[in-house]
Design a protein around this ligand. Structure first.
Ligand code: SAM
Length: 213
């Protein structure tokens, strides 16, 4: 509930969109509701799964780019991500998972959309279909949770992340990302006290958050 965010200097070449861009996207409202009010039910789960199933075939072609990947790389590097057992939630077609697998040995990709997982080919490690609102993971079992353009389910993240674990939040199009929260909003939504480093690189922004005590 209470926390602080320390912003680093923008990485060289980072771009900043107009912060109003993307504000009207329908996923913006869903993102806020899920993070703040727990606005997730069976109907919404089904609709979101159908939506991303329908976009899976073209997802990589439409969404993977050097500029977007730069924010993931920067989060892992300047954010000081240690790795351990890494779980990427909402892994989609694997843009982030591939980068994680280059750095860490133990990476699990989890997504609600079966079609997204099927299109995440060539990924080392397990691919799991699951709902981040009710993760099929034991309490205190993940050292690093990674969310790239993914809905934030604070209670489940708090349950699954080890006490000294790190939460990595990336919006690869910064404020233009449909599923967008500022780092301050992420820290505010999490139960307990957290501290975070945040930065901008490429077209995106990120934060790496840890519990304060
Ligand atoms: C905007 S896409 C981002 C995909 C990928 N991380 C990327 O940046 O290219 C959001 C992803 O989160 C998944 N997702 C949405 N709600 C989810 C949930 N409750 N549990 C797990 N995955 C979910 C979607 O199926 C989709 O693949």
């Amino acid at each position: 509930m209470v926390g602080r965010v320390a912003w680093l200097d923008d990485a060289p070449g980072a771009t900043r969109p107009d912060p109003r861009e993307g504000a009207e996207h329908p996923m913006r409202k869903v993102t806020k509701q899920v993070a703040v009010d727990g606005g997730w039910d069976e109907e919404r789960r089904r609709k979101v799964a159908e939506l991303f199933d329908s976009m899976a075939a073209d997802w990589t072609a439409n969404h993977d780019s050097v500029e977007r990947r730069a924010s993931i790389t920067d989060a892992l590097t300047r954010g000081g991500v240690r790795g351990g057992r890494v779980v990427e939630l909402g892994s989609g077609s694997g843009m982030g998972t591939r980068q994680l697998a280059e750095r860490f040995d133990d990476v699990v990709a989890l997504d609600l959309s079966l079609q997204m997982l099927l299109h995440a080919s060539g990924i080392a490690g397990a691919r799991v279909q699951g709902d981040s609102a009710a993760l099929p993971l034991r309490t205190d079992s993940a050292d690093t949770l990674v969310l790239v353009n993914m809905l934030l389910f604070p209670g489940e993240l708090d349950r699954v992340l080890t006490h000294h674990g790190q939460l990595v939040w990336v919006n690869t199009s910064a404020e233009r990302t449909p599923i967008h929260l500022m780092p301050e909003e992420v820290v505010e939504a999490l139960p307990g006290k957290w501290t975070a480093a945040a930065g901008r690189a490429g077209t995106g922004l990120w934060c790496v958050a840890s519990r304060l005590s």
